[in-house]
Ligand binder design. Structure first.
Ligand code: PAF
Length: 286
């Protein structure tokens, strides 16, 4: 596995790939790799001739009061995991290499980024779309792999690819979960044993929402109130939003029908957790 830290070396590596056949798969990450990332890498490994992973804690996607400084960093472990997973190239630029002091360009998707995560973290998605744009321009992949866990991010990146006419395929991979349903996330390592139990309530509430829909309930308020009962059962879990939306544009619904997504965000102590569930329900009213 080759490890590259500089943009210049990445350019020259990429030029050498031109003459070779077969797709280049790319998994962008912020490091602290876990089973969720590994599932993306394995998916890419099965399909692509070359698998590229980036490890870069992107300062642009953290708000001023967020956890950039204490975001987990474990480069040596990440490098080992990538090597073991058969990654061909690990790109890990230092921040000053990636964003030199006169960096001035921001890439922003407008409408899709307004609600939910975008409302709570107003500059988050423009940080994501800026870094992703730069990474796509550098790596020039054929396929890119994103987890469903950050569903709004997936939709925003999908919009970005569409709007900028990139000739690449975005593959959405299923959320990897712990045995109690908690979505695997780099931030889970901040949870104390007590908080870890509470964190499991978010996925439990989402499952309750999905089951309620499948049992025929169509009214969103009724479904939300069943989910909130689960989250409300614990005073240490603070709900930020629990939304039932159109899975394509994230507009909130009043009646469910077709494919919907339940988006949830909670705080357990000062740790933010997000999760979601896609549910297909028949359109007939119940
Ligand atoms: O999902 C993430 O880990 C990040 O938002 C991403 C896509 C690597 C951009 O920094």
């Amino acid at each position: 596995m080759r490890v590259i830290h500089s943009v210049r070396n990445l350019h020259s590596w990429r030029r050498k790939q031109e003459s070779l056949d077969g797709p280049i798969g790319f998994v962008p990450t912020m490091g602290a790799l876990h089973d969720g990332h590994l599932s993306l890498i394995h998916r890419a490994r099965k399909r692509c001739r070359i698998v590229v992973v980036s490890v870069f804690v992107n300062p642009l996607q953290f708000g001023p009061a967020e956890d950039l400084g204490r975001y987990p960093r474990s480069f040596h472990a990440d490098r080992r995991l990538c090597r073991e997973a058969g990654v061909d190239l690990l790109f890990a630029p230092p921040p000053e290499e990636f964003y030199p002091s006169n960096f001035q360009t921001i890439v922003r998707v407008s409408h899709l980024t307004q609600r939910w995560e975008g409302e709570i973290r107003p500059t988050h998605f423009q940080g994501v779309t800026t870094v992703v744009t730069k990474l796509f321009c550098l790596v020039r992949p054929d396929l890119v792999y994103f987890g469903q866990k950050d569903y709004q991010q997936y939709l925003v990146v999908n919009q970005l690819i569409h709007d900028l006419n990139w000739d690449l395929r975005l593959i959405r991979c299923p959320t990897v979960r712990e045995s109690d349903g908690l979505a695997v996330s780099s931030r889970n390592r901040y949870l104390s044993a007590h908080q870890r139990v509470q964190a499991g309530l978010l996925s439990k509430a989402l499952r309750e929402g999905g089951n309620t829909m499948r049992s025929g309930v169509r009214n969103v308020r009724a479904i939300q109130s069943r989910m909130k009962k689960i989250l409300g059962s614990n005073p240490d879990v603070r709900l930020e939003y629990l939304a039932i939306c159109d899975s394509k544009n994230l507009e909130p619904l009043t009646q469910v029908g077709g494919t919907v997504v339940i988006l949830g965000a909670v705080r357990v102590g000062n740790i933010r957790l997000i999760d979601n569930l896609l549910v297909r329900c028949p359109r007939s009213s119940g």
